[in-house]
Design a binder for this molecule. Structure first.
Ligand SMILES: N[C@@H](CCC(=O)N[C@@H](CS)C(=O)NCC(=O)O)C(=O)O
Length: 212
């Protein structure tokens, strides 16, 4: 299996988490964000994740995950069947998380000068100048905290009595970006929940940068 991904991308992170939860080895290829040629050649559009496996090229995270989790160990079938129920929450959280995290993503080792400029230019079309996003961070943080408060029941699982499910991975993968934002801290119960998902998945957000 060959996974082409962006380290910061939540859709890629969910695939990485599932692979590592299931202890499946794969070739990890972090593509530069400004590389348009490789994804276009592989999948016909500039979108990651892309997975090459079993003679196929897959370009949708949930399709990849359903093929990987053959034994339905994460209740993948049930999660995907009910994806409509969780998608609005992921979008709502994702919108604020991205506005907060994007100005910082670009300073991680995933980016060089060209890919940083490419990313910033593309994302500023939709979200406005990164400097303004950082300036207005309180507004996005307040909105995010409101969403988290409204959904606090989701973060109560202790994983002693509940098994990890794909839904936990989908939520955690979207929330992970906030760990890149300076001085932001999730409320303690949410941080604990996320760290448990991370431990179950043996997931290292930035592991690809430091591989020997
Ligand atoms: N529905 C897709 C969404 C993947 C997606 O949105 N990927 C973004 C990165 S987070 C992307 O590749 N964007 C490329 C670009 O905007 O240039 C999935 O679930 O895999």
């Amino acid at each position: 299996m060959k996974l082409y991904h962006y380290v910061h991308c939540p859709f890629c992170i969910r695939v990485r988490m599932v692979l590592s939860y299931l202890k499946l080895s794969y070739e990890s290829i972090v593509l530069p964000y400004d590389d348009e040629k490789t994804p276009l050649e592989l999948a016909g559009k500039k979108m990651l994740p892309i997975m090459e496996m079993e003679g196929k090229v897959l370009n949708e995270s949930l399709e990849i995950i359903s093929l990987i989790d053959k034994e339905n160990k994460l209740k993948t079938k049930e999660s995907i069947a009910k994806y409509d129920e969780i998608e609005p929450l992921l979008n709502e959280m994702g919108s604020n998380i991205h506005s907060l995290a994007m100005p910082y993503f670009i300073w991680t080792p995933e980016f060089d000068q060209n890919s940083r400029q490419y990313f910033q230019k593309k994302k500023e079309v939709k979200r406005g100048p990164f400097k303004e996003l950082v300036h207005n961070r309180e507004k996005f943080e307040t909105a995010l905290m409101h969403t988290l408060e409204e959904n606090k029941d989701l973060f109560q699982k202790d994983f002693n009595h509940h098994a990890l499910e794909l839904n936990d991975i989908l939520i955690a993968a979207h929330m992970w970006g906030m760990y890149i934002v300076p001085e932001f801290q999730y409320p303690e119960p949410i941080h604990r929940y996320l760290q448990k998902v991370k431990a179950h998945c043996d997931f290292e957000y930035h592991g690809d940068y430091w591989r020997l």
